[in-house]
Design a protein around this ligand. Structure first.
Ligand SMILES: Nc1nc2c(ncn2[C@@H]2O[C@H](COP(=O)(O)OP(=O)(O)OP(=O)(O)O)[C@@H](O)[C@H]2O)c(=O)[nH]1
Ligand SMILES: C[S@@+](CC[C@H](N)C(=O)[O-])C[C@H]1O[C@@H](n2cnc3c(N)ncnc32)[C@H](O)[C@@H]1O
Ligand code: SF4
Ligand code: SF4
Length: 317
């Protein structure tokens, strides 16, 4: 480990990826992310401006030597000055700039994002059947997301698909989604449902685990598991039909041992772990104070995923 970045824990974990939530607001209301019937109530805290994001990212970068920034939310494409922010991050010397989006608005902003320096996009897609998609997202437009995926593919930017699997809701979409992704050479990852937000204390009948996912795919093709790459969320499988898929198995096979992720929310709080119960406000901190906060954030890391009452939408899932 480089001596000039001393912020590391006893397991050797450092912060190398910063996940930035650009807003807690979203234009979808996915059943696993938004409390049923909830109306978004804006926080009294002031949301960060582009300048504030850039200043915070610069300060964190100088202390930990970031390799990657992932822009997320809520829905990051609702952040109007996204191209300006991406250009600003690039100017700080961080060139691996990624986005996680629901894809609804992707078609209209894609060119500007790529021109600004975005390097890859993860797009959430839980179903190819429009009725199932509407059921999960609360009536959103599947066609718009598929058009966004096609546009990104033709633009040549690296893309991946994320699918949260819910038993009895969209598990029958696993094979069609795998075939859709494979036909287009897009890596797809299936996500286990996580105990976040309103799901934190609930034993869910909807949980569909890694073994269930692999078993379902094994019924149509034989599969071979690959080693998980260091600090990756997903473990990948190769199928005999030449398809590749990943599983993000927070419950069945946690990947905390080499976790290098730090989160920043849209109010200026950092979280060293997705399972942390509260963030650490760093907006106006000096370098010395920030160093202390980063050490405290690192101490939030877990041995395995435990979840939190904070929703993914707020934390930048
Ligand atoms: N426990 C845990 N899960 C995470 C973390 N980061 C991401 N995930 C899970 O991984 C899912 C997909 O995250 P993405 O935003 O696509 O990012 P990623 O998987 O790190 O993306 P790549 O860099 O492309 O591998 C999230 O929805 C979470 O389920 C993390 O720090 N801890
Ligand atoms: C919180 S969203 C933010 C970015 C963007 N709105 C999107 O949906 O891609 C990031 C990812 O978190 C996933 N997610 C949200 N809540 C989840 C939960 N309870 N369990 C597993 N994944 C979840 C979503 O499916 C999505 O892939
Ligand atoms: S998963 Fe993403 S798209 Fe769905 S409600 Fe949460 S933030 Fe919005
Ligand atoms: S639960 Fe915490 S320590 Fe584990 S991978 Fe997620 S952020 Fe890292």
């Amino acid at each position: 480990m480089p001596a000039n970045y001393p912020i590391q824990d006893s397991s050797g974990r450092q912060f190398k990826t910063l996940r930035v939530s650009l807003t807690a607001v979203c234009n979808m209301a996915c059943v696993y992310c938004v409390t049923p019937g909830a109306i978004h109530t804006p926080s009294a805290e002031k949301v960060l401006t582009v300048e504030e994001y850039l200043s915070i990212i610069k300060n964190i970068h100088s202390q930990v030597g970031l390799k990657t920034i992932r822009l997320t939310g809520g829905e990051p494409l609702l952040f109007k000055e996204l191209p300006v922010l991406i250009k600003g991050i690039k100017a700080l010397g961080i060139t691996d700039i990624k986005l996680t989006t629901n894809g609804l608005k992707l078609l209209s902003v894609l060119d500007a994002l790529v021109e600004a320096g975005l390097t890859s996009i993860n797009i959430s897609l839980d179903a190819l059947d429009p009725a199932v998609f509407r059921n999960i997202t609360k009536n959103q437009d599947l066609r718009a997301v598929l058009d966004g995926i096609e546009a990104a593919r033709h633009k040549g930017i690296a893309i991946k698909i994320n699918t949260v699997v819910l038993r009895g809701v969209n598990d029958h979409q696993i094979i069609p989604l795998l075939e859709y992704a494979s036909a287009r050479n897009i890596p797809i990852r299936f996500l286990e449902l996580m105990k976040m937000g309103y799901l934190h204390y609930n034993e869910s009948d909807y949980f569909f685990g890694m073994d269930d996912i692999v078993e379902k795919i094994s019924s149509v093709t034989s599969v071979a598991k690959m080693d998980r790459a260091p600090s990756n969320t997903a473990t990948y499988w190769q199928t005999s039909k030449g398809m590749v898929f990943g599983v993000i198995a927070n419950e069945s096979e946690p990947f905390c041992s080499d976790c290098n992720r730090l989160r920043l929310d849209s109010y200026g709080k950092i979280y060293g772990c997705i399972s942390a119960s509260e963030g650490i406000q760093i907006k106006h901190q000096s370098a010395e104070q920030l160093s202390f906060s980063l050490q405290n954030a690192l101490a939030q890391k877990q041995e395995y995923f435990t979840g939190s009452e904070i929703s993914m939408k707020h934390l930048g899932g």
